[in-house]
Every structure is written in C-alpha cells, then in structure tokens.
Design a protein around this ligand. Sequence first.
Ligand SMILES: [Mg+2]
Length: 399
Amino acid sequence: MMERIIFHVDVNNAFLSWSAIEMLKAGSKVDIRNIPAVVGGDESKRRGIVVAKSMPAKKAGIKTGEPLYMARRKVDNLFVVQTNKESYVKYSKAFYNILCKYSPVVERYSIDECFLDMTGMEMLHGNMLELAYKIKDEIKNTLGFTVNVGIGNCKLCAKMASDFEKPDKVHTLFKNEVKEKMWPLNVDDLFMVGKSSSAKLHEMGINTIEDLAKADVNVLITRFKSMGMMMHNYANGIDDSLVEKPVPKNQGIGHSTTLPNDVDNLSDLRKVLYKLASMVGMRLRNEGKYATVVSVQLKNNVFFSYQHQKTLINPISSNEDIYDVACELLKVMWKKDPIRLVGLRVSDFTDKTYEQISLFEDFNKKEKRDKIQKALDEINKKYGNDTIKSASLYEKKEN
Ligand SMILES: [Mg+2]
C-alpha cells in the first residue's frame, strides 16, 4: 500500500496575529506582535481573561487563561485588544481557501488548523517538503501571518510535527522518524493526552512517549479503557483516520444527539442511528428529495470528533436505506471509544431516484422499501409519529 502523505497546517498564535493584521490594516502604527500585548475577553462582561498573548507578553510571564488584571500587573502599559470573531472567521476562510488550491481533500480541524491529504500529489506538485515551504510562504506573503506545517504519514504524526519548534517552520515526522523525534518527548505532549490521563500515566511510571509506546497495551486498556488503545497507537505513530472534507452544513439534512451516558457498544449505537435515520428520513421525504451522500459523525468522551461518509450509486430516501448505510459507516469508523455524540446527515440531493441498474445493489428491493416507507409515512402522519415502525430494523443482525 502506498504510504499516505498528510500535511497539518497550523496558524501561529492565530488570534493575536489576526488581531495584529486587522489593526495594521485599519492604520495602526504598532504591530501588537512586537510589543507586550494580549487578546482578551470583554472585562465588562466578566470574561476578562487572556485569550492570546504576544511573544514579549509571554516573556513577561503572562499566561493564557489568567485574568487580565493579573496580566496588567506583570507589564506596565500592557496593550489589550478585544477578541474580534468576525475578522477571525474572515482570516480563517482566506487561509482555508489557499490550502484548497493544493489538495482536493482539506479538513478544517479548527478555526486555525487544517489537514491536507497530499497522498499521490508528487506528480502534480513535486517534492513535498518544498511544497510545504511554498504553502507556508504563500500564506505569509498574501495574508500576512505565519503558519507551521507538519508532514507525516498519518494525521497524528502531521499534527505532532506542526507542534515542534514555532513559528514559521516546516517539520516532518515520517514513520521512520517517530522513534527519533517523538519518543523522547514528554507523554503530556502527545495529542489527546489530557491532564487527568497524564497524571495517571506518570503515576504508572510512564513519563515519555517512548515509555507509553513500549507499555503493555493490556495494562493501558485496563486502566484507560478504549482510550488506552488509542494512546498506545498514537505513541507508536499509528493513526489510520482519514482526512475528511466536511459536508457543508447548508447542503444537507442532519440531526445529532448528545447521549445521556457515554455509549461503548455497537447495538446501542445502532439504536441511536435508527432514531436519527427516522428523523432525517422524514425531513428528506417531506422535501421530496433523495440523497446520494450519507455521513455519520461521532464524538467521543474526550470531545475528539470524527466523521465518515459514503457516496451512493443509487439515491435513497427511506429510513431503512439511510439506516443501512449509517450502520455500514459506523462499523468501519467506530474506534470502540466511548461515544458522547452521534450525528447523521444526508446530502447531495436529487429529485428522483435514478433508474440505474447497479451490479451491487438490488434495485427492486430498494423500490419496494421506498413504497413501504411511503405507506408507513402516511399511517404515521394520520395517527401520529412512531405508530408503526419497520420491524426488521430492530431485528438486524450485528455482523
Ligand atoms: Mg494555532
């Protein structure tokens, strides 16, 4: 199998940089990146904390998250600028648009971070390291702020790499570099290792990423459940999640639900999907549409969110068809981690189902399902939702 090439592009000190640029554009004579300055929440609304800080402010000992009044004590004439969400969204979009020129698969991971799948792009773009420098410089020259680019064979490694020395740098963390570049780091630096996990790991004598990579995975699973497996994989540079282009929100019908308790078994997750499929399906049919893309989103107990989607040959609209595809996606994507939120979305609509003969789908079966669904909808409309459900949904074997 071809090794994947993933870029993770991360804006350096995004909010402070973006505020600086906005001020310069408005005619400011100072660049707040070069003086002791912070971006802070609104003090009048009691959100007066440091959201971001310049390098000189950092050198003065100012910390992100501390109250502004404390930060002011550390520096005379500290320059405080309010967060400006509108301009942040504008720069985030401009940043994303530049990245989209270089890969068809760009995932917006957060307001100032994107993943790019660059696998197989050497033919088009040439040397990947040179390309990373080109992208980094293009952003700096056209938008005025710096980024770090991390390159790896998976998302985890790319993300870890972009976090090495900052700012305005390109780093690689390829498979064969994991031992040399990542293992010496403190286990706290590993993506997804939060404060509570890190305390427990140190207690167990696991201090570096190398310790974690070499730890007995069964011990980790006993202590951390599914997170233990994930951490062990990450420490070994293993992460097979895909860079995924998100479905634009306004282009689909979707529902998501936050679960009252974390769910970590397949049959309960399927039940949630069934509910969501009924809600989504009903709205879809009310609009007289058929969908050709189904996507499922999962968010786990540490708020790590991932999604998977499938494009169909034949458009669908019945609950059962939507549910089937959703279950297929679930099976492929679910990492056995405790799930807190499940989302289901259908998109890429057509008005009619194609009369297309597919070797892989039984069209007659589908047509029959659509007819049954229509009858069910009519009964439910007349007598109230959920009067009749398609029994087979509950009897589906877990294969
Ligand atoms: Mg950043």
